[in-house]
Design a protein around this ligand. Structure first.
Ligand SMILES: Nc1nc2c(ncn2[C@@H]2O[C@H](COP(=O)(O)OP(=O)(O)O)[C@@H](O)[C@H]2O)c(=O)[nH]1
Ligand SMILES: [Mg+2]
Length: 361
């Protein structure tokens, strides 16, 4: 072939000899350093001592989709589990631009000022694909990033929402074992991710701005219904009166929703994340909520339900992965798809063939 005679970028050429200046000893040291992967028990011990670097490494391990890391990841999670659960988990949602990052910076900083240890995790499958908003977010939380009592972790990477959400749930356990008592889970309120977040938090906060219609804000009714509090952000400057008006309107709208199982009446409030006003009042609302649900035992009940939900979710996800990654199924899947396409087989018959095959493997 003609191509072979050309110097393609892919053709191998003789390499350059290693210069003497790069000593073998140095190269070896670097290689060794790369190889030192902490064991599960080392990670657990360090996390329990509040070591944020160990926490980061453990989260990276949990996020790793490589099956050979799965066992070690599970070991770390199981080891941390007895030390988790002693926290409050708060979900924050709102459309892009509403001020989530700015709010979390102000809110998180306030919480650390009253002695809390705050971990911020993000569930945003879109950003893990585009790598979009994460970097911006991290720089917007400049103060919180530097705060000794805070830990910020951008979105887990993953190609399915289920996968991202499961990893976030596992990361919550790791953060709690590391001593973080207030876990904030951020998500973008435009897709299904808030439903997933709702099933892993104790309290759900919806951030809004005044003046924009609901359609414009892309917030569905279902998300409003999930909210334990609606916070109207950017209540500053010329916006203050509009924000107050919006507060009255939302209060009225919330009355139309059915009562919550928690026995809690959702509250509407305003704040300026930018000027850091109204932040302490939000914490006071959240504290009232926790007093109520701990008294009426809804708190434990909800966490138990969530654990069961995640058990089933995990089974569903792993069954699906196992099915679709099995080489024999993949082969048969191709054949059956063609047969369905050519009208030789009904979709149901094809599905049955595939499942029958799977159950025999
Ligand atoms: N005036 C005003 N602007 C704000 C406030 N909070 C956020 N912003 C601005 O709104 C824009 C979007 O904020 P950001 O936190 O990135 O929103 P996110 O996309 O929801 O995370 C930025 O330009 C912020 O400076 C606020 O309380 N008041
Ligand atoms: Mg943001």
């Amino acid at each position: 072939m003609e191509n072979q005679h050309k110097k393609s970028a892919l053709s191998e050429v003789n390499g350059v000899n290693q210069p003497d200046s790069l000593s073998n000893a140095v190269a070896k040291r670097i290689q060794q350093k790369r190889k030192v992967i902490p064991s599960a028990s080392e990670l657990i011990e360090a996390i329990k001592k509040g070591d944020k670097i160990a926490l980061s490494r453990a989260i990276t391990l949990v996020e790793n989709t490589n099956p050979e890391h799965l066992e070690r990841a599970n070991e770390v999670i199981n080891g941390c589990l007895p030390f988790a659960n002693k926290s409050v988990r708060i979900g924050i949602t709102g459309v892009p631009g509403v001020g989530k990052s700015t709010f979390i910076e102000a809110f998180g900083t306030y919480l650390t000022s009253i002695g809390k240890k705050v971990a911020v995790l993000a569930v945003d499958p879109s950003s893990s694909i585009s790598h979009g908003s994460i970097l911006g977010d991290k720089t917007r939380m400049e103060e919180l990033v530097k705060n000794e009592n805070a830990f910020i972790r951008p979105s887990a990477s993953g190609d399915s929402l289920g996968g991202v959400a499961r990893k976030t749930r596992e990361s919550i356990i790791l953060c709690e074992a590391c001593g973080f008592d207030t876990i904030i889970i951020e998500t973008v309120g435009v897709g299904q991710s808030e439903t997933a977040v709702h099933s892993m938090v104790d309290f759900f906060l919806l951030l809004k701005i005044a003046g924009a219609g609901d359609e414009l804000q892309g917030i569905k009714r279902g998300i409003m219904e999930m909210a334990d509090t609606i916070v109207i952000n950017k209540a500053d400057g010329d916006n203050i009166s509009k924000a107050k008006l919006a507060k009255t309107e939302f209060n009225r709208a919330l009355h139309l929703f059915p009562a919550k199982n928690s026995g809690w009446n959702p509250k509407v409030t305003t704040c300026s994340a930018y000027e850091k006003t109204g932040i302490d009042a939000i914490w006071s609302i959240i504290s009232d909520y926790f007093t109520l649900v701990k008294e009426n035992h809804f708190f434990e009940k909800k966490r138990q339900d969530q654990n069961q939900f995640w058990m089933i979710e995990t089974i569903n996800e792993q069954l699906k992965n196992n099915f679709y990654s099995h080489p024999e199924i993949l082969k048969l899947l191709d054949e059956q798809k063609k047969a369905v396409q050519n009208n030789e087989l009904s979709p149901f018959a094809a599905a049955k063939n595939l499942l029958d095959k799977y159950f025999k493997i």
